[in-house]
Write a protein that binds this ligand. Structure first.
Ligand code: GLC
Length: 431
């Protein structure tokens, strides 16, 4: 299919998943507004409809809590095709939301949308950006206060779903300590929409819901949750995204923020960058997350180890090592970067977050490679990603060994990634 037809297809996916100013990831399997999905989707919209891109972010902030947290799901309208719904979360915001969060791509998206607005000269852009900037700043403050109370320069997840890489083998040991008992009755819906072999096991689902029960019993109070959490991981993927989003907010603050905002963001940024740099492990050529309950490094190889490239400048030795390691992960893959490498005992090319490729992860990794001067490798990964989408469609994720499209179909963030990544490659080819 031609790029033009594919772009029309991507627009059609976003239109089909539009529920009135916000976009569901895909119909039925994920029928609400998801936090980081919407941030990527906003950047996709910015390629052809900047007003709609702003709307996506604005509607997400309708779910923002008074303490600054932007929840991982905003339940704008009811649906009975998803579990756990608002009754299980039992949160008390003006509109129903989940009680946990997701990677703060929001700040990155805001800069992207703002720059698209400047290029298209739409009216009110500055006012809209300013309001969203304040929402982002409040959420970054929440991150540092609620999720790095000990000042490590690393933010923690209290639930695997917060990471966005819900079923990653990186969480296996930490999750194994979480009891399977639940006070909530589990009524899984996901396995009714996609093949159970691609989804988490029942036992893991019980642990996921056990965590929800614990935090709901803490009344969703961050301090109480921190004290009670049976799962607490200082995550390099999350910290890197937060650091990068902070840098993007610093950029916006140059023209739209106060001196105080600028100083506060700069301080956050330094702290997070320092925290990340300490997580580099030369023997593994990756950055490692830290299990705060066991005190151990999490060595299991996953894509998260490369995400800090979006936030830190590597030295020459580190750059060479990361590039060689990524090449090793790409070896014999039809499409990379796999979420777990084929040489790992945890590798399952079809089960989500245990091997498959995500277009949005490649978007982050290629941004990070470019920022670190690895243009050719970045372009190669982008091109294979674009080709995988052209061959298999706008699927949720892809089998790296075959390129087969898996999970849900007509997926919003895959459509958004196509628009952005194919646009970049066209620009490069047209040079
Ligand atoms: C899955 C993914 C998560 C994503 C959500 C909606 O839960 O693991 O990252 O946000 O689906 O697409």
């Amino acid at each position: 299919m031609t790029t033009l037809r594919m772009e029309e297809g991507a627009h059609a996916v976003l239109a089909r998943n539009d529920r009135g100013g916000y976009t569901v990831p895909t119909d039925r399997l994920y029928p609400f507004q998801w936090n980081w999905d919407s941030a990527f989707v906003a950047m996709g919209f910015a390629t052809f409809d900047v007003d709609r891109a702003y709307r996506e972010l604005e509607r997400l902030t309708e779910g923002q809590w008074d303490d600054g947290m932007i929840p991982h799901i905003v339940f704008h309208a009811p649906s009975d095709t998803y579990f756990p719904g608002p009754d299980v979360w039992g949160t008390r915001h003006r509109i129903p939301t989940s009680g946990i969060t997701q990677p703060p791509v929001f700040g990155m998206a805001l800069r992207h949308v703002h720059e698209a607005a400047l290029a298209s000269a739409i009216t009110n852009a500055e006012t809209r950006t300013k309001t969203l900037f304040q929402a982002a700043l409040r959420s970054h403050r929440w991150w540092l206060e609620a999720r790095d109370p000990d000042g490590l320069g690393l933010v923690s997840i209290l639930h695997p779903w917060e990471s966005g890489s819900d079923n990653s083998p990186a969480w296996d040991d930490a999750l194994a300590r979480v009891p399977t008992s639940t006070t909530t009755t589990i009524r899984r819906k996901d396995t009714g929409h996609v093949d159970a072999s691609m989804r988490p096991r029942d036992e893991d689902y019980q642990r996921f819901i056990h965590l929800v029960d614990v935090y709901r019993d803490c009344d969703w109070n961050p301090k109480r949750q921190w004290a009670k959490a049976p799962f607490k991981v200082a995550d390099v993927q999350m910290t890197a995204i937060l650091a990068r989003a902070t840098a993007d907010l610093m950029h916006l603050a140059e023209t739209l923020g106060t001196e105080g905002d600028k100083a506060e963001l700069a301080q956050m940024h330094t702290k997070l960058q320092d925290g990340l740099i300490r997580r580099w492990r030369p023997s593994l050529s990756r950055f490692l997350s830290l299990d705060l309950i066991s005190g151990n490094d999490i060595e299991t190889p996953t894509q998260a180890g490369f995400i800090p490239l979006v936030a830190v400048s590597l030295d020459d030795a580190q750059r060479g090592a990361v590039m060689a390691e990524i090449e090793r992960w790409l070896d014999r893959m039809v499409v990379g970067v796999p979420s777990a490498p084929a040489f790992s005992h945890a590798f399952e090319p079809k089960r989500y977050w245990r091997g498959p490729v995500w277009a949005v992860i490649n978007w982050l990794i290629t941004d990070g490679l470019r920022l670190n001067g690895a243009e050719d490798l970045a372009r190669r990964i982008e091109q294979t990603t674009v080709r995988a989408i052209e061959n298999a469609g706008f699927c949720e994720y892809f089998d790296p060994t075959t390129g087969e499209g898996l999970g849900g179909d007509s997926f919003s963030w895959t459509a958004a990634a196509y628009l952005v990544l194919s646009g970049r490659n066209r620009l490069v080819e047209g040079r």
